[in-house]
Design a protein around this ligand. Structure first.
Ligand code: SF4
Ligand code: SF4
Length: 156
């Protein structure tokens, strides 16, 4: 379906696919290259954290200080950005403020969409490169919150 829409867009028959649709149509290596290019722009300003209206105290298991090396810029990716995204997994309202205010122009709203609408297993394919240890922590965290999950989940 996505491929069909991309072909139609190339022929001028349909709207240009949005970023999420483009990511879905990429190979795993293309996704890795895409996100690496985005995340390496991160200046670790924490603006995306400060601006978030549903921010709360960091869940201990996803705490950035526990997993992310201090003072390193850019911070290790995609660990920094996925841990941050999952910290508000059950409260994110998809307002897009994090993306709008990111000084590096990183598509953080698309990242939120991905974590909200896809299972963690699919997220790890859509945003490749996360260490197994952090994947396991995220899987356990999402599992513990799953009863509160209120959105439709899509699969790859
Ligand atoms: S706002 Fe952008 S540059 Fe700043 S920490 Fe977040 S992702 Fe990185
Ligand atoms: S999109 Fe989600 S994570 Fe980003 S600022 Fe809004 S509520 Fe916070």
């Amino acid at each position: 379906m996505v491929q069909k829409r991309i072909s139609e867009a190339k022929e001028g028959k349909a709207e240009e696919p949005n970023l999420l649709q483009k990511i879905l149509s990429m190979t795993v290596q293309e996704r890795k290259d895409f996100w690496d290019k985005q995340f390496m722009k991160c200046i670790r300003c924490y603006g995306c954290i400060d601006v978030c209206p549903v921010r709360r105290e960091e869940p201990e298991e996803l705490s950035l200080s526990k997993w992310i090396e201090k003072a390193k810029v850019p911070p290790p990716y995609p660990a920094f950005h996925l841990l941050r995204a999952y910290q508000v997994w059950d409260t994110c309202i998809l307002c897009g403020e994090c993306e709008e205010t990111c000084p590096a122009g990183i598509p953080l709203k698309t990242l939120q969409d991905i974590t909200q609408f896809f299972s963690p297993e699919d997220v790890f394919e859509l945003v490749p490169g996360l260490d197994k240890e952090i994947k396991d922590v995220i899987l356990r965290f999402v599992d513990s919150k799953r009863t509160q999950f209120r959105r439709v989940t899509y699969g790859l």
